[in-house]
Design a binder for this molecule. Structure first.
Ligand SMILES: Cc1cc2nc3c(=O)[nH]c(=O)nc-3n(C[C@H](O)[C@H](O)[C@H](O)COP(=O)(O)OP(=O)(O)OC[C@H]3O[C@@H](n4cnc5c(N)ncnc54)[C@H](O)[C@@H]3O)c2cc1C
Length: 145
């Protein structure tokens, strides 16, 4: 490897994420999108198994109610989570799902679902995107620290 590329490789910031559930995968996407080298480790043989289980009964991704009302659902935690949610709102989440090529719809209760209600197409598209961003997934790797 040319010396400059080797140096650049060494200097590129890298992050290890423990857990390939939705939280870990979203962190991986955010970091990789900023040029950080990301490796996601998961103890299980495949990623996001609980997320896939969530899709069995119909995956509810968010709610369509106005943001101020939505934030009240967090009760005593609302002051803590509100700034995070204002930076990535339920509408942003829907747009993110659409960006993965999956349409969404609002049910009669106001809850938002991916078309088809399943988590698996969404996860497949998400993992393809992460792969494209250079994220490495290491299954069967349990953090014991
Ligand atoms: C039946 C069911 C239905 C649900 N329905 C919905 C729904 O409709 N809508 C919704 O928004 N949510 C739903 N949920 C909740 C949703 O699945 C969780 O909120 C979501 O999976 C949490 O994501 P997470 O990344 O925080 O944690 P997890 O999904 O639990 O991911 C954590 C990951 O970390 C890994 N891990 C843990 N410890 C270690 C370790 N020491 N070393 C390495 N890896 C480790 C685990 O294997 C796992 O893959 C449902 C859940 C269930 C069970």
């Amino acid at each position: 490897m040319p010396q400059t590329a080797e140096k650049a490789g060494r200097e590129r910031p890298s992050v290890a994420i423990i857990g390939a559930g939705p939280a870990g995968l979203m962190a991986a996407e955010a970091l990789a999108g900023k040029g950080i080298a990301v490796i996601v480790y998961d103890a299980m043989p495949s990623p996001a198994r609980k997320f896939l289980m969530a899709g069995r009964g119909g995956l509810n991704i968010t709610h369509s109610e106005p943001l101020d009302r939505f934030l009240t659902r967090y009760g005593a935690a609302a002051p803590v989570v509100a700034p995070w949610i204002r930076r990535f709102t339920p509408d942003d989440l829907r747009a993110w799902v659409h960006g993965l090529g999956i349409e969404t719809f609002v049910g009669s209760s106001g809850r938002v679902f991916p078309m088809g209600l399943k988590a698996s197409p969404l996860l497949r598209a998400w993992l393809r995107r992460l792969d494209g961003l250079g994220v490495t997934l290491k299954a069967r790797h349990r953090w014991t620290g």
